[in-house]
Design a protein around this ligand. Sequence first.
Ligand code: AVI
Length: 332
Amino acid sequence: MTPTQGIALVDLDEDGVDRAFRADVLTGLRQSQKAVPARWFYDDAGSALFEEITRLEEYYPTRAETEILRNHGADFRRLIGPGRAVVEFGSGSSVKTPLLLSAIEPGAYVPLDISGDFLRSSSAALARKFPGLPVHPVEADFMREVELPDAIAPLKKLGFFPGSTIGNMVPRTAVDLLRSMRATLRGSRGERPMLLIGMDLVKDQAVLEAAYDDAKGVTARFNLNLAERINRELDGTIPTGDLAHRAIWNDDFARIEMHLEAMKDIVFYVSGEKFTMEKGETIHTENSHKFTRRSGNLMLLAGGWTPLQHWTDEEGRFSVTLAQASEQREAP
Ligand code: AVI
């Protein structure tokens, strides 16, 4: 894979339409189980709605992970040690990132994000909070191997991937990402990078379904915003009033699935192409996988990372795992 850095990440056509968005939507809507990749949730409206979700009573993951980061700073300091370059996959949260950085005395902070604007504003805020800490934002798609700035080449690396965003990927993609993170973080002198990763845990189905179908309807608006975005950006005519938000626990795959379900037979157009949905048919918009300590460990191992330590919040709802890049060959 070619490392990415500083390339144009959003490819717009002559009408200003994001080509990758259109391709993903049209391909997804042509399938027998209609599906649109969850990464397209996050336009400005979707990102603001996600922020609102993180503050909802029912949505425990953000609070539970913050509790872990707040309570285990001394462990992180002991196991990770000072002087590492913290490479965050995503722009960083104003609460979680400072908790980690103030616990471990890092040598540098490198946020990686595909969205340049958000990356620059969150990096500037962080640099103000930690004067003296070198901050090197990199605009890149972290799903692929990324070339890190030369300035941090001498430092050992710690990858930071909070939020259980790994759970939004199907296992094959999650393992591909873990492998490319390993390639991004590996040092030239063969030192083994570390990774601190958040994973949401399997729990009572009612708690999970409520977290993805809250009483105020914010998650429903977040889900429907995807259809509205298709209408706004791709000349869509989806009758969003005829779609209902669904959050369903899939026990075989240990994941919450979000869907948009047609409440009656509908016909609509996207970028000039005609689509139909029968009453009860859905567009699958998101998977949010939940883990156990063992299933999380297995996924890390499959991606080339050896788990070292695992923490949960007091109620055992969410986990943070510290892992280290596995030796190339492990017996047996
Ligand atoms: C970003 N991601 C980890 C969230 C999750 O919990 O899967 C996205 C989300 N979807 C609905 N609510 C929150």
